[in-house]
Design a protein around this ligand. Sequence first.
Ligand code: SF4
Ligand code: SF4
Ligand code: FES
Length: 573
Amino acid sequence: MLFSITVNNRKITAEKGETILSALNRNGINIPTLCRMKDFTPTGACRLCVVEVEGRENLVTACSEPVEEWMNIRTHSPRVIKARKTIVELLLSKHPDECLFCINNLDCELQRLAAELNIRERRIKGRKIKPGIDQSGHSIVKELSKCVLCGRCVRVCEELVTVSTLDFINRGQKTRVGTSMNQDLNFTSCINCGQCVNVCPTGALHVKQNITEVQEYLSNHDYLKVVQYSPMVPLAVAEELGIKAPKDIDRILNGILKKIGFNKVFLTGTGTDIMIEALAEEILKRTDATDQSPLFVSACPAWVKYAEQSLHDELENLSKLKPPQQITGSLIKTILSKQLGIKPQQIYSVSVTPCTAMKFEARRDSMMTKGICDVDSVLTVRELVKLIRLYGIDVSGTEGEAADEPLNVRSALSVLAEVSGGITESIVRKIFFRLTGKDADRKMFRNIRSGGSFREAEFAPGGRKIAVAVVDGLSGLPRLYQSIASGRKYHIVEVMVCPGGCVNGAGLQVCMSKEDLKNRVKQIYQTEESDILQIETFSRHLADFRGKYLDKDELLKDKKILHTYFSKRDVLL
Ligand code: SF4
Ligand code: SF4
Ligand code: FES
């Protein structure tokens, strides 16, 4: 039911059941908020969104108060502005004065609020929270002296990621965001997804930066410096730089990476293609042998860690193929060292990705070959853009160039690995092609391309039945297990921790709305469809690559270096 209310002496329409904040925003009236997150139930914790409602003695929090027909509201009265200003001043009174050196400098909600409320002096002096930086993890850094206790991270970790690593500990003045037994992050159930970083309004939670070490290696002439990047990185770099991606953005990115100082540029997509082909082979073998156990795709490193700590019985069903970043990394070191007559240790290999958990993935013992890391450093897209700015690269004046052989070609299908359900679709399309000689109609995959956190479908390539399940965010796991318990059998199960897939990774610019995320997903499907290396042409290329490298090289032929293992992890849950 629609009705009108008065706001700042103006009539606006409101809807029964919505909050005051929602009615204000829909009518273009903005007020500051801090603890509130779109699509989450409000907690009313920070009180920054207070407004004055005629007839109410106290100010009310607009994010949690339902709008009523009789309301006459003032959003920016002197009393309201004073209250908001005091709230932010109190937060600043405990905050360290380190803005100049903070990773979030110029990209901080607290800074923005202070500026918006015209806070130009320290009126309130509070006791600073003891500095203490938890750098134990490879992906996420916790610096709680900068925490404003908005609770967003706690809610995202619990409600969206469903891991509940973070929680409020202590009471009153001593309240902090902590972990189970207040252990350092690396020893907790944290799966490094970075979704908490995406919502933290300050620098209290941030992605571990590897820029400095990359810079050091770039200026060291004893190493061959190589870089790989995943298919969505070029689009994401354009988005982060605020430019419209030109058609040849992939080639331009190759040129940019060379200007930065990398000797060779490779495509992670080649590794994705090798993984997809091997998974398709495995599924075909299983359907031949009527193997009943589902094959869980292990390309999402956050999901793999989750399974290692919470789903021990599932570990044997996880695909033992390395994920694309690591396949590409191990191929780079193996092939290049032989081609150039250098030791693998003389190759410094960097990967650029949308994902924060891949920083952790690259450091796993199981991702090393004879004690040598497949990938030495992982940069997120946001870190790469910092590097581009740091080196003053003129992006618009950069000539496009090809990636370097031998990992210089990727198929259209490899692009799909960036979205939830994309790896499953790619495997099924590979199988269709193998059995029928034709690519499958994309429309067949509608049910796994969208439709909630648990999606399933059945396909019949060449008359063979293949049942698949896609878990888009861990909140979809209970439905998968309900379905399995009811007797449903799947050949392929794909789980991605970040809802939407890698397009929503924490190494990218934060998606501000569901629409933004949908647009990114759409971009990936459009890129796949318009890519010139469709399945038929690419299959010929991959066969050449196999003949030239994979089948010739003894080390690669036994495929050990392309495989990994998983172990149970004991963490405090
Ligand atoms: S990185 Fe993910 S799992 Fe770890 S604390 Fe943050 S939201 Fe939770
Ligand atoms: S760590 Fe960040 S998101 Fe979590 S409560 Fe503190 S300020 Fe909020
Ligand atoms: S934004 Fe409304 S109480 Fe925090």
